[in-house]
Ligand binder design. Structure first.
Ligand SMILES: [Zn+2]
Length: 87
């Protein structure tokens, strides 16, 4: 089940369907955490971490003591923030 094209998903940057699973490095606060699963667009090269990749990022960050330490805004691409803070 490795490196298959993802069906039904589009590149958010260019709209291409040519997304594929790759592994991309992720660093947090200057610390390299490892390579994690991401969808990469074969057309424009843009990529975002998959749900599984984001979980792995979180796990690695926690293992390094970098998760939830305040300050840094940790937002892997697969976790878009929805600011509903309308006061
Ligand atoms: Zn693209």
């Amino acid at each position: 089940m490795a490196s298959k094209l993802l069906k039904g998903r589009l590149c958010p940057a260019c709209g291409s369907k040519a997304l594929r699973i790759v592994r991309r490095p992720f660093s947090l606060k200057g610390t390299y955490l490892g390579d994690f699963e991401a969808d990469e667009c074969a057309h424009c090269g843009d990529y975002g971490f998959t749900a599984a990749g984001s979980k792995a990022v979180e796990k690695a960050a926690k293992a390094q003591g970098l998760w939830g330490t305040g300050g840094a805004d940790i937002a892997p691409v697969a976790h878009p923030k929805h600011s509903k803070a309308h006061a």
